[in-house]
Design a protein around this ligand. Structure first.
Ligand code: NAD
Ligand code: UDX
Length: 473
């Protein structure tokens, strides 16, 4: 099989950027060019201010950039020169047409694939890095074969990405596994071996697994569906905890000690966010429906429904605790990113919670350590409504610290588990002194020491923990 000397990655986003920067770092003998249509994004990758925040990423990029790592908008040149091309473009949920609200929009994958067919002048290995529905590799192959120059050979591989945001660099450096799917043909196996060799530069060989391309595609959707299902399961239990006096952290600890269950991904929360979980489950729901498996579709749909219910329940609890009205009350929302250590806000639970708070006419003060102000306005504005931001600004403000957000507030609501918000890092005495009384804290991430804060004087409400005993006393 062929040794890879030049790699092109189409799509310089949260996945393409860190993934291929890591390949460049670990394989100094391979030239890696990451291309995108978005000039501003490429300029940012070439600057000191990278377009995405990931711990450790600056160092990776700085070490490899302009050595064997390049960022460019010259898509044609990168395709022509590459032996292997990663397709790492976005695959959002369709907003209209057949499968609207469920199916993945494969428009970007298709247009990148057509572009490869149009400009390629030599054989290519084309790798699906984007998360795609099962059997997308077949469509890509048809497009390449119908449009590519005569005599060229295109091998399609599936190589889904399992990195999580906030820990991307660590995940890429030491992945649990790297998955490579190929067709069961001699040339499919050879292509897979070429990609295995790339990863083998730093990933222990036994962690690079190969299988058939359809299993590989489905494994990605399956992994995200199972992870999200664990969160919805623990969140469903958190509701029972709040109504009974059980403590969800204790329950998670107890069940997690069972080696068949394991301790990870059992943290009750305001609900999962991020660009992947909801999109990929809906994708699986759509796939199940297309395969005439309505019960299967319904099963997975409930994981998303539970997540929505968790956000609603949390907000309803805030309102009822604040004496059933939050009209004109200042509510400090700490955290806007969908999880800590990222500036990404896609599908962040904070967005939905703030929407509910606004519907009750609260005054919302938001603070997040990493999310850009412009991103917050963008996420909160209703698409298509002209000058919605002006209306928004009457109700919502963005603070430059947790202290500023909390000053004059009736409640502090923790939506993201940033370390900065822990009671060991923030001065909660100072926050308490600056708030209206009774001063409430709603811990949507279970990061605070409840007793310590209650000693200061706060009324503390946590996901999955009830104050039943108090009521009985
Ligand atoms: P993203 O939106 O951050 O990046 C995609 C990039 O592709 C954009 O910059 C866009 O301009 C570019 N692009 C689109 N069409 C193009 C074309 N024809 N030519 C050149 N550039 C083009 O998306 P992302 O978060 O990096 O996700 C990419 C894929 O990886 C998705 O399928 C997603 O499901 C999957 N994935 C994401 C994560 C994650 O944590 N974000 C993890 C695993 C898998
Ligand atoms: C996820 C998958 O973990 C990753 O493998 C895949 O490649 C992309 O999708 P990501 O969305 O970046 O990664 O972050 P993840 O750590 O999975 O968190 C997703 C959401 O679930 C976050 O909002 C997080 O706060 C929430 N979560 C996670 C919980 O509420 N409880 C948990 O126990 C774990």
């Amino acid at each position: 099989h062929k040794a890879i000397k030049k790699i092109c990655c189409i799509g310089a986003g949260y996945v393409g950027g860190p993934t291929c920067a890591t390949i460049a770092l670990k394989c100094p003998h391979i030239d890696v060019t990451i291309v995108d249509l978005n000039q501003a994004r490429i300029d940012a990758w070439n600057s000191d201010n990278l377009p995405i925040y990931e711990p450790g990423l600056d160092e990776v990029v700085k070490t490899a950039r302009n050595r064997n790592l390049f960022f460019s908008t010259d898509v044609d040149k990168a395709i022509i020169e590459a032996d292997l091309i990663f397709v790492s473009v976005n695959t959002p949920t369709k907003k209209s047409g057949v499968g609207k609200g469920y199916a993945a929009d494969l428009g970007y994958v298709e247009s990148a694939t057509r572009h490869i067919a149009k400009v390629a002048t030599s054989d290519k290995i084309v790798v699906e890095k984007s998360t795609v529905p099962c059997r997308t590799a077949a469509s890509m192959r048809k497009i390449l074969e119908a449009n590519g120059k005569a005599g060229l050979r295109f091998d399609i591989l599936s190589n889904p990405e399992f990195l999580a945001e906030g820990t991307a660099v660590k995940d890429l450096d030491a992945p649990d596994r790297v998955l490579i799917g190929s067709l069961d043909t001699a040339s499919g196996f050879a292509a897979a071996s070429s990609l295995v060799d790339v990863y083998a530069n730093w990933v222990p060989r036994e962690r690079v697994i190969t299988m058939n391309v359809w299993s590989s595609e489905l494994s990605k959707l399956a992994a995200n569906a199972l992870l999200a299902q664990r969160i919805s399961s623990i969140n469903a239990l958190s509701a029972i905890c709040e109504a009974t006096g059980a403590d969800v952290d204790e329950v998670a600890y107890a069940v997690g000690l069972d080696s068949r269950i394991g301790p990870k991904f059992l943290k009750a929360s305001v609900g999962f966010g991020g660009s992947c979980f909801q999109k990929d489950i809906l994708n699986l729901v759509y796939l199940s429906e297309s395969l005439h498996l309505p019960d299967v579709a319904e099963y997975w749909r409930q994981v998303v429904a539970m997540n929505e219910s968790q956000k609603r329940r949390f907000t309803e609890h805030i309102i009822s605790s604040l004496f059933n009205t939050i009209t004109n009350k200042r509510i400090a929302v700490l955290g806007f990113a969908f999880k800590k250590d990222t500036g990404d806000t896609r599908e962040s639970s904070a967005i939905t919670i703030i929407k509910y708070l606004r519907a009750e006419q609260a005054k919302v003060a938001i603070y997040d350590p990493k999310v850009e102000e412009s991103q917050i306005w963008f996420d909160l504005a209703e698409p298509g409504i002209v000058d919605d931001v002006t209306a928004l600004k009457k109700q919502v403000s963005i603070s430059s610290s947790a202290y500023e957000a909390a000053a004059g507030a009736d409640a502090v609501v923790i939506c993201t588990e940033w370390d900065e918000f822990k009671d060991t890092n923030l001065d909660y005495e100072k926050i308490y002194a600056s708030m209206n009384k009774p001063a409430f804290i709603f811990d949507g991430r279970l990061i605070l020491n409840q007793n310590k804060l209650e000693k200061i004087g706060f009324k503390v409400e946590c996901i999955g923990r009830s104050r039943l005993e108090e009521t009985f006393e």
